[in-house]
Design a protein around this ligand. Sequence first.
Ligand code: ATP
Ligand code: MG
Ligand code: MG
Length: 368
Amino acid sequence: GATLGILGGGQLGRMFTIAARTMGYKVMVLDPDFASPAGQMADVHLQADYTDHGALKHLGSACAAVTTEFENVPAASLIELAQHCRVSPGAQCVAIAQDRSHEKSWLAQNGFATAPFALVYNEGDLDQGIADTGTPAILKVARFGYDGKGQARVNNLEEARAAFREFGGQPCVLEGFVKLEREVSVVLARDDAGRCALFPVAENRHENGVLDVSIVPARVTDALAGEARAMARDIAAQLGYVGVMAVEFFVADGRLMVNEIAPRPHNSGHYTLDACATDQFEQQVRALCGLPLGDTRLLSPVVMVNILGDRWQAGGPHWGTLLAHPNIKLHLYGKATPRPGRKMGHFNVLDADVATALQLAEQMRDAL
Ligand code: ATP
Ligand code: MG
Ligand code: MG
């Protein structure tokens, strides 16, 4: 079998590695961390920086194709790799998705609704920014934020200035605070020929900026779900995207706004592992290798629950009840050190009735 490469060794890379190996591929992981969840599981773990020219050359030469699970790989590294092998998604798409200012500007320029926003490069931009977004607003660092990190809610210009200074004056995006009815997301894959395979819409509940629960099918009208899928498909098409990507949406006043784009499989797509004909990581392998995209049909309603490191504080979770339940599938990422807020695993609860699945999911989460 051929060897596939992946930039990033987190849980997304680990689940990609599992899918790729199931399909007969060898996997090479590039990640600087010795103990990365995917690195431990790969055939080869290149322990080097994402900008290490030697490592990139080695990876590109050894692999038939390389993808990414880490949204912050420098675009230049993807360009470097593309001299040696197939790379998906492309550098341009990743460059847009990894920088909120580029992402928001691109969305607005291409006619996709977003929350009101303003680009902030220096303190002086905040005056007009606050005027444009209104208050309350959220100041977000343009780069390297995740799980709600690098974000501050601000109620006035003074607080916005303080938050901007707190972030060290780095480029930010100021967003109007949206009164959320709910949040939904769409994971999709797009191939070289422009064919798209969309997964069902997930409804996402966050806790302190971190995804807590995904509910599928989302409890929205068919019209809204259809609109979300159409928007996600159009975004992928207009980006010329090849590979798996996710689009997060806000729903407010019955209307959709794009929150952000992830150039990779997504936490809110973990339900596909147990509830869809093809899961998002197998789909990533297929898209990467130019194979036919898999069937994305939902086999059962499902609720996905994230397991964060917080649960380890009182002696660690007891998995017994989870594992004993016939409708629950547990996934752990093999991370050695649980930290509060750190994603350690997730479980999927299947039931013919989504309300029953949600009830059981909450009960099980609280019993951990
Ligand atoms: P991720 O881990 O999904 O990459 P992130 O750190 O990039 O997260 P966002 O997706 O921008 O952060 O925001 C995290 C969550 O905070 C959102 O899912 C939403 O619940 C809330 N949030 C973000 N921006 C807004 C907004 N403008 N109005 C209301 N709520 C918001
Ligand atoms: Mg994000
Ligand atoms: Mg997000």
